[in-house]
Design a binder for this molecule. Structure first.
Ligand SMILES: [Zn+2]
Length: 425
């Protein structure tokens, strides 16, 4: 039974029909994708439409994990499966690139560098009836954060009417990016064969995308995962100029701290510190960047994260820094699933060649960025006074495991002493 638009329920789906299998080759004339080709025309459009199956040249569909909500909307009768986006006035507020990195096949493998300029680059294909959707959108915003107001009140930041207004609003350009994976390139990043990657993606998602194993001719996958959001302080074009000071943080989602202010980790304090550093940098004539990745709880998800919190706080001896990684590994099987291997792609999309001030202590992020050929100058740690008391466990454990710190690295004896709050208080 399915709900009807008017709120009623019918016994039949909106249109009873045969299931449309996806194991057939694309129709003759469907544009092909030549990944990393030097121009949009030679690269070809990414077509993930579900309305005209014969036009598809990728596995999966648009909007990442939200593709499931779209399916629900169709199932509920609220959305026509044939709906096509009207892209009038949706063009980016700022043009990004093209940059030389876009045509190096090993440099960008997890997003479509041409994803923001679809209506311009593929106007002919759109006019010919192909349903081509942007995978990147670029817009403008005012960002108002209490910690920035506090920095202004404390005299650390001053409004300039350009980057920061009197009312505490920071002026930003922001970009949303959906994942677009070039499977041979992703496999190479992780040191496995493309065949192995396809098979494991198919099997470990419960067989969600049969084309991973049946359609070797399709090399591009739109995975059902979260994407990235960029906040740019200053002129976006300056990101590609190594002579302009770039302050940057690459931040992984932590809903509990980022949004709700939960004090067991340093995520929000580090994020707002980075925003303050980015504003200050942009006011000095530089440019600032916060790249925010939807990788909640080390990409383990919040349920696993909260299970780990309980395991940490209930273990014998309490929540001590020496057991921090062990407890995660007990529940999740690994310490971390964020795998920073794909993270630098977004920096290369922006044309970044040098980060003068990297607002991060993570050795994994630093190694991924420098390993991808981007120079890093100074590394900016979170100031001690911004670390919540209960988050001392996390930060001490991470510093002992290799996180950058300008101070002494805690030893095993100290890690046993660093202890977090219990569950009772
Ligand atoms: Zn956190």
């Amino acid at each position: 039974m399915v709900a009807e638009p008017g709120g009623g329920v019918s016994a039949e789906p909106p249109k009873a029909r045969h299931i449309r299998l996806t194991s057939h080759s694309a129709a003759a004339g469907t544009p092909t994708i030549q990944w990393a080709a030097p121009s949009a025309a030679e690269r070809g459009p990414v077509i993930g439409t579900t309305s005209t199956r014969a036009h598809r040249n990728v596995i999966g569909t648009h909007s990442g994990s939200y593709s499931v909500y779209r399916a629900l909307a169709v199932a509920a009768g609220a959305l026509s499966p044939a709906h096509r986006a009207d892209l009038t006035n949706t063009d980016p507020t700022d043009v990004i690139g093209p940059y030389p990195q876009w045509s190096r096949p090993e440099t960008i493998v997890s997003l479509d560098p041409w994803g923001a300029m679809v209506s311009e680059a593929f106007a002919a294909e759109l006019a010919a009836g192909y349903d081509i959707r942007p995978t990147i959108a670029v817009t403008k915003a005012h960002v108002i954060v209490p910690e920035i107001a506090a920095a202004m009140a404390a005299g650390r930041l001053h409004p300039d009417g350009r980057v920061l207004l009197e009312n505490g609003a920071a002026l930003v350009t922001k970009a949303a990016i959906e994942p677009v994976w070039f499977l041979p390139g992703v496999a190479a990043r992780f040191g496995c064969t493309e065949t192995a990657l396809r098979r494991v993606l198919f099997e470990e998602t419960g067989g969600m995308y049969p084309e991973l194993v049946t359609r070797g001719d399709l090399e591009v996958f739109l995975p059902p995962i979260g994407g990235q959001t960029l906040y740019i302080f200053g002129a976006p074009r300056d990101l590609a100029d190594p002579n302009v000071e770039l302050t940057a943080r690459v931040h992984d989602e932590c809903n509990g701290s980022d949004v709700f202010g939960s004090d067991i980790c340093t995520c929000r304090p580090y994020l707002t510190h980075a925003i303050e550093e980015c504003i200050g940098g942009a006011q000095r004539g530089g440019v600032g960047l916060v790249a925010y990745s939807r990788k909640e709880g080390r990409a383990l998800g919040e349920v696993t994260k909260f299970l780990v919190y309980n395991a940490r706080k209930r273990q014998d001896g309490g929540d001590t820094a020496d057991q921090y990684f062990a407890r995660t590994e007990c529940v999740a099987g690994v310490q971390d699933m964020r795998f920073q291997e794909l993270m630098p792609d977004v920096l290369h999309w922006l044309g970044v060649r040098k980060i003068h001030r990297l607002v991060s202590m993570s050795n994994l992020k630093y190694d991924a960025i420098t390993g991808s050929g981007i120079e890093v100058g100074e590394r900016v740690n979170i100031p001690d006074e911004l670390i919540p008391a209960d988050a001392r466990v996390e930060i001490d454990a991470k510093m002992a495991a290799g996180y950058f710190t300008p101070g002494p690295v805690p030893g095993l004896a100290e890690l046993k002493i660093t202890k977090g709050r219990g569950l009772a208080r």
